[in-house]
Design a protein around this ligand. Sequence first.
Ligand SMILES: O=c1ccn([C@H]2C[C@H](O)[C@@H](CO)O2)c(=O)[nH]1
Ligand SMILES: [Zn+2]
Length: 136
Amino acid sequence: MNDIELIKLAIKAKENAYVPYSKFKVGAALITEDGSVYTGCNIENASYSPTICAERTAIAKAISEGHRKIIKIAIVGDSKYTYPCGVCRQVIREFGKDSQVIIANSEEDFKKYNLAELLPNSFGPEDLIKEVKDDV
Ligand SMILES: O=c1ccn([C@H]2C[C@H](O)[C@@H](CO)O2)c(=O)[nH]1
Ligand SMILES: [Zn+2]
């Protein structure tokens, strides 16, 4: 699965977005460590805050099927370059500290980042492994 194929899947997934409130569609497609591919769209809610972003829909699908590592995720939205929100960056971080994030305007026009560029100095699972600090 190359970058262009992954972007095509994100564009396709975007069609299923449920966005009666914002009218802003987003699609995502990700690859896991073993090459499995999952897609997602944003799903809004009349109560607004239960809204789930496309990225987290795709991640929930992958994790619930037993995967634990994301290698790459492509995101396509209704703005020229739709970047993941802060919550999604943190959720990508949980399963893809070294993942690549593709922000696509189209399959020919896209930007590629490492997750660490989008979420520098991140907090993650390793921080919760307690150790004695020098200064305490
Ligand atoms: O990266 C993003 C940014 C926003 N949204 C969704 C949430 C909401 O449904 C709509 C407007 O914020 O876009 C995503 O799915 N992913
Ligand atoms: Zn988000």
